[in-house]
Design a protein around this ligand. Structure first.
Ligand code: NIG
Ligand code: FE
Length: 409
């Protein structure tokens, strides 16, 4: 018979249950279990409740010494951690006054990372992704989305996505791959943008299915990348093949949110340039609005209007966008906490953005909250008050991380 393992007592368990997917979340809605415990069987949660009441049901008890607040493992729903090289030169140029788009037009930006990533072997990329994911896992993220998009040819995108798949098999973290072959028109492609997108949908999409490399298609909709019109037929083909859609939307100019809503995307990410019109569109849809404060901090630009999105009724996810260009920091908790201070988000809104609501941004129903049937993915912090976590703005680090019921840190 499978053994029931009880972990605890925790000063507080913050289960992130019974919260609506959309809209503002006052802290009064946050349920806390004082002196709580988690009962697990294999990799799943069997019950969450008071430690004392769960004790008689346990075959094994793993005691937690001292103060500990327990939360669901964080879900970072937007990263680009499969890359080679550094863009420290771009960062210096930006801080000296050049814009992201000026640097991109001068041959830096995404294309610089494409050049570096194409030179790297699949083995090097596997190692890089695995190293980044260990770092994120130590900081509490038990699920990470990882995009391709620095290959920009059928073969190079395949190399990236195979590296992500291999890194996933070697990692304790769950890596959810997304194909971002539509990151920009490759500079060495002499045909039209439409012809490039046709090549990708015709030659790459079927291999994504046959090798099970990715179930999600992303596109960067921006003046410097692809227009809504160009992406429409690309997304149509992706949808017809059963892929989930996600969009880099409204980062510098609007247009992406409308496409996300029109195509029933799972999420629209960035949204720094979204106006009242896009906020209304997103909040009246089922598209998850993903804020990427790491990109605002990395570029020194406005934050996504997270408060307005929530007040309008949108579902807000918060992700790190960890990438070598716009978001080199790669620390989800630091960034989510800072977004909270600038956008006036409650603790519940910040924590939901990196747990239960983030799960929905990846279309995952088996994680993001601590309750019966969910994966036993959780993280503990050395405090007896959950509010200390955002208060320390990411500097209070987890002292325990469990993935699929196993303590990994
Ligand atoms: O999400 N905006 C486009 N893509 C990435 C940046 C990629 C890069 O600069 O390398 C982003 O910010
Ligand atoms: Fe991104």
């Amino acid at each position: 018979m499978d053994k029931k393992v009880l972990i605890g007592p925790f000063s507080q368990v913050v289960p992130m249950t019974k919260l609506p997917l959309k809209g503002a979340l006052p802290d009064e809605q946050l349920m806390l279990i004082e002196d709580g415990g988690i009962l697990m069987v294999n990799n799943k949660i069997a019950e969450v409740g008071s430690f004392v009441s769960l004790k008689p049901k346990a075959d094994i008890i793993e005691f937690i010494e001292g103060s500990a607040v327990c939360l669901p493992g964080f879900i970072d729903a937007h990263t680009h951690i499969c890359f080679a090289g550094s863009r420290a030169a771009d960062y210096a140029l930006r801080n000296a006054g050049k814009t992201y788009l000026e640097i991109a037009n001068a041959g830096g930006g995404i294309w610089d990372t494409v050049t570096q990533t194409r030179k790297a072997s699949e083995k090097i990329l596997i190692d890089r992704v695995r190293d980044h994911s260990i770092h994120h896992l130590k900081n509490g993220s038990t699920t990470l989305e990882v995009k391709s998009g620095y290959g920009l040819s059928v073969d190079e995108e395949l190399k990236m996505l195979r590296a992500i798949k291999a890194a996933n098999q070697q990692s304790k973290v769950d890596l959810i791959a997304t194909c971002l072959a539509a990151h920009m028109k490759p500079k060495d492609w002499s045909g039209s943008s439409e012809a490039y997108l046709d090549l990708i949908s015709e030659s790459l999409f079927p291999i994504l299915k046959s090798e099970r490399l990715a179930n999600r298609i992303d596109a960067f909709i921006e003046q410097s990348a692809f227009s809504p019109k160009m992406i429409a037929s690309y997304f149509k083909k992706a949808k017809a093949m059963g892929f989930d859609i996600t969009v880099h939307a409204d980062q510098f100019s609007t247009g992406g949110s409308q496409v996300a809503v029109d195509f029933g995307a799972i999420s629209a990410d960035h949204l720094e340039a979204s106006t009242e019109k896009e906020i209304a569109l997103l909040s009246q849809s089922n598209v998850i609005a993903t804020a990427l404060p790491g990109a605002s901090i990395g570029l020194g630009c406005d934050f996504t209007p997270a408060r307005k999105l929530l007040d309008a009724g949108a579902a807000l996810c918060i992700a790190s966008d960890h990438n070598p260009g716009s978001a080199p920091m790669g620390d989800l908790l630091v960034q989510a906490s800072i977004l909270g201070t600038f956008e006036k988000l409650t603790n519940t809104e910040v924590l939901a953005g990196i747990t239960c609501r983030a799960a929905k941004a990846l279309n995952l129903n088996d994680r993001g909250s601590l309750e019966k049937g969910m994966l036993a993915d959780f993280v503990t912090f050395p405090t007896n008050d959950y509010r200390e976590i955002t208060y320390h703005q990411g500097q209070l680090k987890p002292h325990g991380v469990w993935k699929n019921g196993t303590k990994v840190f």
